[in-house]
Design a protein around this ligand. Structure first.
Ligand SMILES: C[S@@+](CC[C@H](N)C(=O)[O-])C[C@H]1O[C@@H](n2cnc3c(N)ncnc32)[C@H](O)[C@@H]1O
Length: 337
């Protein structure tokens, strides 16, 4: 389906209940049932024992998902993997998709938040974790299991990080500070391509604590640093990066964060903000939906280039150019005014 185009009216009504399908796939992924089929088809009671699930309900779920084409059932009534459900096996070729399903797309916290869209619609506030633009991160702090899944999802975006690194020329730069850089996945991708570069990945203390990048060949050039970007960010970076961070916050919070960056950067410093950029026509179904998700989950939003330019200007930065990474993701470059 092409989500950049309106759906055929005949299809629209059949989408109403699709959240059920997505929850079925999520539930199967969360209990890890696919991993027990990786060596061949298995009977439902045995799968229930192996996955610690309720056998009659698991059978019901597997039947439903088999009917949808996610699993298959042989003549002995055993359930096995299809090409699609291979991606639900940890360590599979599509393990990044599994991490995104478990830690973002299907994460109960984001599902709950989007389920509360009506609250966001009435108030403009995030539907989870209270108001104030940082509610979701406060929520994760109180739910370490979800926090771990969310971090793993963010770290899994490696193909997008590769494209981000390729889209911008980092040569001649000494120190990059990745603000909201999680446990350093983006910085490591960057360091692998630029052997002369050093990087700081800066994120909330609870996110960087416990990160272990020691097996990565570039880990010695990466420093993980914990703190609150609304208060300050490490100073002296030649280039500051944010990657899908601004969409997590409302305008006022974004300006505070960008001011922290502006205050920390030397006069020759630059900012590159990787963000999905809303077209002025606001007619991209997937991106308009992502905007609503950012509002309900984070109390944030997606923005047009002109709106990013206004945010930069309020924080004392000039948006100099937007480089396309892959539609609709752009590298928005800013410099001190
Ligand atoms: C949507 S994630 C993006 C992560 C990563 N940059 C990426 O592209 O996958 C936003 C990140 O901002 C971090 N963050 C949220 N509030 C922060 C704060 N006050 N200071 C520093 N980082 C923060 C989160 O912990 C999270 O890692």
């Amino acid at each position: 389906m092409d989500f950049s185009q309106p759906l055929n009216p005949a299809l629209l009504e059949s989408t109403f209940g699709l959240f059920r399908f997505s929850r079925m796939v999520y539930a199967a992924a969360a209990v890890g049932v696919a991993a027990h089929m990786k060596d061949g088809p298995v009977e439902a009671t045995e799968l229930a024992r192996l996955s610690g699930t309720h056998a009659p309900t698991l059978r019901s779920l597997l039947d439903a998902l088999t009917a949808w084409g996610v699993f298959e059932r042989n003549e002995q009534g055993q359930y096995g993997l299809t090409p699609f459900s291979h991606r639900l096996v940890p360590g599979s070729e599509n393990a990044a998709n599994l991490a995104m399903l478990l830690g973002w797309v299907g994460l109960p916290a984001t599902y709950e938040a989007f389920g509360g869209l009506e609250h966001t619609l009435r108030t403009g506030e995030a539907a989870i974790g209270g108001s104030g633009g940082a509610g979701f991160y406060n929520y994760l702090r109180e739910h370490p299991h979800d926090q771990g899944l969310y971090e793993a999802a963010m770290e899994s975006s490696s193909s997008s990080f590769t494209d981000c690194v390729a889209a911008y020329d980092f040569s001649g730069i000494g120190l990059v500070v990745d603000v909201g850089g999680g446990q350093g996945a983006f910085a490591l991708e960057l360091l692998a391509k630029y052997p002369g570069l050093r990087a700081i990945s800066y994120d909330l203390s609870e996110v960087v604590e416990g990160a272990d990048n020691s097996s990565h060949p570039a880990h010695a050039r990466l420093e993980l640093c914990g703190g609150d970007a609304f208060r300050s960010v490490p100073s002296g970076g030649d280039l500051y990066v944010t990657s899908t961070v601004l969409r997590c916050f409302d305008d006022e919070a974004c300006v505070r964060l960008l001011k922290s960056v502006r205050d920390a950067m030397p006069s020759h410093g630059k900012l590159v903000a990787y963000e999905m950029v809303m077209p002025e026509t606001r007619d991209h179904a997937a991106l308009c939906t992502a905007d609503l998700l950012a509002r309900a989950v984070y109390g944030g939003r997606d923005r047009t280039k002109a709106e990013f330019s206004d945010l930069f200007a309020t924080a004392g930065l000039r948006l100099t150019r937007g480089i396309s990474v892959r539609d609709p993701l752009q590298a928005l470059e800013g410099e001190p005014v």
